[in-house]
Every structure is written in C-alpha cells, then in structure tokens.
Ligand binder design. Structure first.
Ligand SMILES: N[C@@H](CCC(=O)N[C@@H](CSS)C(=O)NCC(=O)O)C(=O)O
Ligand SMILES: [Fe+2]
Length: 282
C-alpha cells in the first residue's frame, strides 16, 4: 500500500477507536456512529447539548432578561426571572417550543419589577422557586448546593448574597452557563444600597462562587442597560470595572454610587415577597 494510503487508514482507525472510547464513557450503545457525547481533546466527554433548549428573552421596560431552559426530549422546562407583564409572551414561547413549564425561578426578590412567577403558577401550574434565605413566599425554597431539575438537565443552586441576602446564581454545569441574577451584571454588578445590600459580601460572592467557575463559562445576568446579552468568566475577570478592583476599593466605590432608587421599588419588593400574588393575598 502507498504511504499516503497507509496514513489515511491509520487515521481512520484512530478516529474509530476514539469514537468507541467516547461511546463507552457516555452510555453503552451498540451503535458506534450514534456516539452523542462530545469528545474533547483530552478524551473526556461532556453532556450532549443537542436536546437543551435555551432562549434569552428581554423586557424593554425593566431591562430584565428572562431565560427559558428546556429539555427537548422530556418537554420539561424552567423559566428564570419572569416579569409579570411578559407572562403572555413567555407562555406563548414555551408553547411554541413544545415545552411544559415545571418551575418558575427567581434569582432574588427583585426591586424594579413584579415577578411573573405567581401568574405562571396560576396559568401554567408551575411551581415557584426562590431562596429560603429571602423569606419570600414560594412553593419551593432552595439553599446552596440544591439542584433544580428539568428533564435530563439540572441547575446547581449557588448562594451569592450581597445585592440582597437571598441572591442566587443558577449553574448549568455541563453546559458552561450560569445565570447570575443581579450579583454579576455584564461589566458591572448589582447595587448594594437597599434591601440587604452589602458590598463586601457581594465581592466575596462574585469572586468565590461565580468568577471561580471555568473561564469559558457563559454568564447570563438578570439585567443589562447597555444592549449586551452575555459575557464569560474570563472577560469579567479582565474587564469588569468594579470587580477587578481590590476589595476595599470596590466597597468604597459601591458606597459612593449614589444611584436613584428603582422607580417601582415600593410596589415591587412587597409584591415579590408574596411571589407576585399580591392581589390574592389581600
Ligand atoms: N432605573 C431602573 C433601576 C436600575 C437599577 O437600579 N438596577 C439595579 C438592578 S434592578 S434591582 C442595579 O443593581 N443596578 C446596578 C447599576 O450599577 O446600575 C428602574 O428605575 O427600575
Ligand atoms: Fe435586583
């Protein structure tokens, strides 16, 4: 056999043996070509992303991002940070995607808009989820280390206090995504001048629980006021103008922000403490 032909055959057998290794690690299957795990350069596998449904939705009034995360195979999905005025849109998108809402999650007791989780309980039968520490009403209270499952996927709950004491970050581990609420915003962070705000605590949360994730983890915040949609751990470690500072400087900067209070704070906080079901609680 000519040298070029021998080289091509050797390459073919190398790829077959790597595919076999991949298949065996992920799930035993008789079909070599049905390997659905993703083989990395080191031969590791990670969970197949092809059945993850992911949508980032935006509310132009409160500048809030709402996230749909679903499992195409089981049809189960969750929503992160829905806004009450956008519930029609959210339920339409979910239905068009052929999904069924199981959990409606809040990253924290929002101060700038009323959550859609109460309305979604009524309309879609979803269970509302919030941090136990928040002391807000919900069907499910979660703590650090808990998981929220949808189909074959799961979100790891990380407690990231500092903007409020019940702030959570949800990490979709095998898919390199984290939903940071207001703890980390793109090139910014949540303010610390109301609710249980504490800049020192926020600094420790963001560095310890978010920027400690892998550099290529994609970070999705609850808001953006500048038209950006997503960032990464590596970018924020390099370019975040607040969180790249030493802790003492960060604390001073946050204490001197002097931002106007959110327009809806007096309505939103009490409503969100009862899951956005304020009308029913009267
Ligand atoms: N203008 C908006 C409120 C804007 C605001 O305060 N955003 C919060 C997140 S919502 S609690 C924040 O933490 N911002 C950080 C920053 O540096 O701006 C309104 O009136 O609703
Ligand atoms: Fe907030």
């Amino acid at each position: 056999m000519a040298t070029a032909g021998r080289r091509a055959l050797a390459g073919f057998w190398r790829s077959v043996s790597s595919a076999k290794r991949c298949r065996t690690e992920l799930r035993p299957s008789p079909f070599l070509l049905q390997c659905r795990g993703l083989c990395t350069a080191t031969g590791e596998t990670r969970q197949d992303s092809s059945s993850l449904v992911f949508r980032q939705l935006f509310d132009q009034t409160s500048f809030t991002y709402t996230y749909v995360l679903g499992d195409r195979e089981s049809g189960e999905c969750v929503l992160i940070d829905p806004v009450i005025e956008m519930v029609d849109r959210d339920t339409r998108v979910i239905s068009e995607l052929g999904l069924r809402l199981t959990y409606a999650l809040n990253t924290h007791v929002h101060a700038d808009h009323v959550t859609g989780t109460g309305e979604l309980k009524k309309r879609a039968g979803a269970k509302s989820v919030i941090a136990r520490v928040s002391k807000a009403v919900a069907d499910v209270h979660v703590d650090e280390g808990d998981t929220v499952k949808f189909g074959r996927f799961e979100l790891e709950v990380r407690s990231t206090p500092g903007h409020t004491d019940g702030c959570l970050t949800f990490v979709l581990r095998d898919h390199g995504k984290a939903f940071t609420g207001d703890a980390l915003l793109i090139r910014g962070c949540g303010r610390t001048d109301f609710q249980q705000g504490d800049p020192g605590r926020l600094y420790d949360s963001v560095h310890g629980k978010i920027l400690s994730l892998a550099d290529d983890t994609q970070l999705y915040p609850a808001h953006d006021y500048t038209g950006q949609t997503v960032t990464t751990v590596a970018e924020e470690k390099k370019f975040n103008p607040r969180l790249t500072k030493p802790k003492a400087e960060f604390v001073q900067l946050m204490n001197e922000l002097n931002l106007p209070y959110p327009r809806l704070i007096d309505k939103a906080v009490p409503a969100n403490l009862v899951c956005g079901l304020q009308d029913l609680m009267k």
